[in-house]
Write a protein that binds this ligand. Structure first.
Ligand code: AP5
Length: 216
């Protein structure tokens, strides 16, 4: 039976960093809704153009568009054993839609690790983040610097600062998380799936706790 894990946490908590570290170890596809939107933006698709109008403000892309995109992604061959979902669901309507999609695929959500980090730390993490152009590998100028400044260790591509990592947009993204996504904490707690992880620890310690939580 395929296994699905939902990584929950505010913007900058470390969802992408952790997913890149553990998805392969778990034998799961890494699905990042934000990365899919950014790939579409780079390829100048209609979806990319639509998503950009929300992302630049730090608002959520409408549920119907996002749900259809994830439904298509989950049906691809690399998800046969399941997936680690990073950034989806982000609203109760998306969570309900996910449950229905997974039932169709013969699986369900096994665990929802919540990476907890206080708001004041998030701003510093996001404004110091650097992402790689080729595949979205994530670095931080102080906490996780690349070996060579400005170059991705993994694929040698250029590192850049995301448009939505400007301080004003970051503030709105955190407010949007509190308003629209934080209700999922109660949603998944009620289903006995939530496991809180201290996201203020060093990256490798967070990964250890995450692996322990999802493999218990
Ligand atoms: P998305 O790309 O998903 O952004 P996000 O959720 O805001 O999350 P981030 O990628 O900013 O943070 P992260 O938790 O992955 O942290 P990271 O590992 O990079 O979404 C972008 C936009 O797309 C949304 O605003 C929305 O418009 C749209 N969207 C996406 N999904 C959607 C959906 N489902 N519905 C509607 N709209 C959607 O780490 C951050 C920094 O901290 C890095 O520099 C990293 O090196 C550093 N760091 C990580 N861990 C540690 C640690 N333990 N210690 C020190 N530094 C650390």
């Amino acid at each position: 039976m395929p296994k699905y894990i939902v990584l929950l946490g505010p913007p900058g908590a470390g969802k992408g960093t952790q997913a890149q570290l553990v998805a392969e170890k778990l034998g799961l596809a890494h699905i990042s809704s934000g990365d899919i939107f950014r790939e579409n933006l780079k390829a100048q698709t209609a979806l990319g153009t639509l998503a950009q109008s929300y992302m630049t403000k730090g608002d959520l892309v409408p549920d119907d568009v996002t749900i259809a995109m994830i439904r298509e992604r989950l049906q691809r061959a690399d998800c046969a054993a399941g997936a680690l979902l990073d950034g989806f669901p982000r609203t109760p309507a998306q969570a309900d839609a996910l449950a229905a999609m997974l039932a169709d695929l013969g699986g369900d959500v096994k665990c929802v690790p919540l990476i907890s980090v206080p708001a004041e730390v998030l701003v510093e993490r996001l404004t110091g983040r650097m992402s790689c152009r080729a595949a979205g590998h994530v670095y931080h100028v102080m906490y996780n610097p690349p070996k060579v400044a400005g170059i991705c260790d993994e694929d040698g591509s250029e590192l850049y600062q995301r448009d939505d990592d400007k301080p004003e947009t970051v503030k709105n993204r955190i407010a949007v998380y509190e308003r629209q996504t934080a209700p999922l904490i109660a949603y998944y707690t009620a289903r006995g799936l939530l496991v809180e992880i201290d996201g203020t620890q060093p990256i490798d310690r967070v990964a250890e706790d995450l692996l322990a939580a999802v493999t218990r």
